[in-house]
Design a protein around this ligand. Structure first.
Ligand code: AMP
Ligand code: MG
Length: 354
């Protein structure tokens, strides 16, 4: 083998090396906190989905997030903090923000607020606002404490694909582009945080539905929250055109399996048997006899129709079905007015968007 050929082999074997999954021992946590403090990337468990974390105040570190995910630069990152004081270092906390923080932090709520100068423009896609969240997950909080920095962390998946809710999902998607994954088991909530735009506290807007509902937020704020049209699927071109005013990153197509996905209100129980080339994502377990026909073409989000369990299993279910060679995935919407239905149906609608 010639020297250039040898170099190529070495290079490709380095590129193929998969991320190491670390168990949350005190030693590993200290090591991963050092990786973050030195400007490295670590995939971390949160209560919503796994995040790809880097020092939020270090633009070079955050640039690695965009590269690893293939995320476009116009899609800003959420900054995670451990304390209210740390939130106040990156954002201006007005009284409405403080009220919501007192009620829902630590937890799955992200607030978009006027930013402070210390946050690099790269993190906020050049906007005057920053998205901030105080996560509840104890391992993520330990890392935040040990590295003593705010951490930017979008979902730890290639841009546009289904968000990861286990360490194995992270490795399957970003494996060769990432060195470190902290294993915290499956995520407790399973869908991304609720995002509330509070740039103008007099005109709050729900940018993304999540586990904390619009009604819960309205009750604490004491005023109605509008839902901008873009939270329904909008084309990327519209978002790009009106970048400054619109919330960036709310692309129509997102959370998408490779298999085409069709959304329906209710899948008849006998359909999986009748369409053996298709896959079916039920909200609730269908009657076994009618649906059993082709192994692997059925996944249900919850045996009993429990919305929290359904949200927790949503992305794992989409991934499982996406792995088969199915012609298309038929997915059932969460019944309206069940808790978490807006969040689940938002993700399904985006997964189905062309
Ligand atoms: P994620 O995709 O979970 O990382 O969530 C990031 C989303 O939060 C972005 O796509 C935006 O919709 C929103 N977001 C983040 N930062 C900002 C910001 N500075 N201003 C407005 N929206 C933001
Ligand atoms: Mg994401």
């Amino acid at each position: 083998m010639s020297a250039p050929e040898r170099a190529l082999v070495v290079k490709s074997s380095v590129a193929q090396k998969l991320a190491r999954i670390s168990q949350p021992t005190p030693r590993n946590l200290a090591r991963l906190a050092r990786v973050l403090a030195r400007g490295g990337l670590v995939a971390v468990p949160t209560e919503t989905v796994y995040g790809l974390a880097a020092d939020a105040l270090n633009a070079r570190a955050c640039a690695k997030i965009f590269r690893a995910k293939g995320r476009p630069a116009h899609d800003p990152l959420i900054v995670h903090v451990r304390t209210l004081a740390q939130a106040a270092e990156v954002a201006m906390l007005h009284s409405a923000a403080k009220k919501l923080a007192a009620a829902f932090w630590p937890g799955p709520l992200t607030l978009v607020l006027p930013k402070r100068d210390c946050v690099p423009a790269l993190v906020t896609a050049g906007l005057g606002s920053v998205a901030v969240r105080m996560p509840r997950h104890p391992l993520f909080r330990t890392l935040l404490r040990l590295c003593a920095r705010p951490l930017a962390a979008p979902s730890a998946n290639p841009f546009g694909y289904i968000s990861p809710t286990t360490a194995a999902h992270v490795r399957a998607g970003l494996g060769p582009r990432l060195a470190h994954i902290l294993d915290g088991g499956p995520c407790a909530i399973g869908v991304e945080s609720t995002i509330l735009d509070l740039r103008d506290p007099a005109r709050p807007a729900l940018l993304r539905p999540g586990a904390i509902s619009r009604a819960q937020l309205e009750k604490v704020l004491g005023r109605p929250i509008r839902v901008p049209r873009r939270t329904a699927a909008v084309p990327a071109s519209t978002v790009r055109k009106a970048k400054a005013e619109l919330a960036p990153g709310l692309l129509a197509r997102h959370y998408s399996p490779r298999t085409p996905l069709v959304l329906t209100a209710k899948i008849p129980a006998m359909h999986p048997a009748a369409a053996p080339c298709d896959a079916f994502l039920f909200f609730r377990r269908p009657p076994q006899k009618k649906s059993a026909a082709v192994p692997g073409n059925v996944f249900w989000l919850s045996a009993t129709g429990d919305p929290a369990e359904a949200a927790r299993r949503l992305f794992a279910g989409l991934r499982a079905l996406d792995q088969g060679q199915w012609r298309c995935i038929h997915a059932e919407r969460a019944p309206a007015r069940t808790p978490l239905a807006p969040a689940i149906n938002d993700r399904l609608a985006r997964a189905a968007a062309k």
